[in-house]
Design a protein around this ligand. Structure first.
Ligand SMILES: C[S@@+](CC[C@H](N)C(=O)[O-])C[C@H]1O[C@@H](n2cnc3c(N)ncnc32)[C@H](O)[C@@H]1O
Length: 309
């Protein structure tokens, strides 16, 4: 007998999109997508497919409450959820249908692993990903801020050519790697090796899988844990570049250990903070001997660049 599905649809507000995907993943709902028309990329719908037998009405009500709670910290009204029963849709096809190649910055492209490289993006550096497997599909502003800052850094180091080498030879630490997207972007810009950690074992698995999809399995080592687990992974000594996209209070708690993983001449790119949290974080980082500068922002999200004072 074919399975029946509940199809959930909700407007994906830009501030919440990645949190919604992450929440669904945490709740064991892997069949999710963000749907939008290429001509209207800002109008995005979250779509998720749930096996009908596993999601009776009380469970679905609790799920709606869990999604609504994500809007609270932003002072946003939760968007209404629509449910539709689907008997015969092949969810796996409809799930994959909703992902599009996603250009970021001047020359990166996030490409769902099953899609061909579109000819119009043939000159871009391609991050092949299995989206939805962990935080870091590239749709969240903080991920994009970090990707653009990595590109910027590589360009500053004289990387204007077709064969990217701006970060050539660099050791990179990816703290809170999620899908591994930032480390993979650094490797595409010529970095020698990436050490990646995440407290979430699913993220570690996703990072390893995504690195392998891009052929980087020998240059990216991922391990479950936090900053202390980076030290043994950084076999050539402290990193030239630290990437850390986690919430401001977590960055604040982790930053006393940054000097154990980032070389004195190195650069850190920190995101996950709201712009209004930047001054406090800059002060805390200064106390640890780091210059910190709000280098970029998108909507209310900021990116700090840090280096040794
Ligand atoms: C906002 S996501 C960033 C993912 C990816 N780096 C990106 O930029 O899209 C933050 C990640 O940090 C992880 N994380 C949270 N607290 C952490 C900690 N104390 N140490 C290491 N990872 C942590 C989470 O599990 C999550 O995967």
């Amino acid at each position: 007998m074919p399975l029946s599905w509940w199809r959930l649809e909700q407007e994906a507000l830009p501030e919440l999109e990645e949190s919604l995907l992450w929440k669904l993943q945490q709740l064991g709902i892997p069949r999710v997508a963000i749907r939008y028309r290429p001509e209207q990329p800002s109008q995005r719908q979250l779509v998720a497919w749930l096996p009908e037998a596993d999601w009776p009405e009380p469970e679905r009500r609790r799920l709606v409450e869990a999604l609504a709670s994500l809007a609270e910290p932003f002072g946003l009204e939760p968007a209404p959820v629509r449910w539709e029963r689907q008997d015969d849709e092949d969810w796996s096809l409809s799930w994959k249908e909703h992902w599009e190649p996603d250009p970021v910055g001047r020359r990166l492209l996030i490409l769902p692993a099953w899609l061909e490289l579109p000819p119009e993006h043939a000159d871009r550096l391609v991050i092949r990903m299995d989206p939805g497997s962990a935080f870091g599909t590239g749709s969240h502003p903080t991920t994009r801020l970090c990707l653009e800052a990595i590109e910027e850094l590589a360009l500053e180091r004289g990387d204007g050519g077709p064969a990217p080498a701006g970060l050539a030879g660099w050791q990179v630490a990816d703290l809170g790697c999620g899908s591994g997207i930032l480390g993979i972007a650094a490797l595409l810009h010529g970095a020698a090796r990436v050490a990646a950690v995440d407290v979430d074992p699913l993220a570690v698995r996703a990072t390893r899988e995504n690195a392998a999809v891009s052929g980087f399995q020998d240059r990216l080592a991922a391990r479950q844990g936090s900053v202390e687990e980076l030290v043994p992974l950084l076999t050539a000594g402290p990193a030239d570049l630290l990437l850390c996209n986690i919430l401001a209070p977590v960055i604040e708690a982790l930053c006393p250990a940054f000097s154990t993983v980032l070389a004195p001449g190195g650069v850190g790119l920190l995101s996950g903070l709201l712009v209004h949290q930047a001054p406090r974080l800059e002060g805390v980082l200064a106390g640890e001997g780091w210059h910190a500068e709000l280098a970029a922002q998108q909507s209310q999200w900021g990116l700090l660049r840090i280096w040794k004072a």
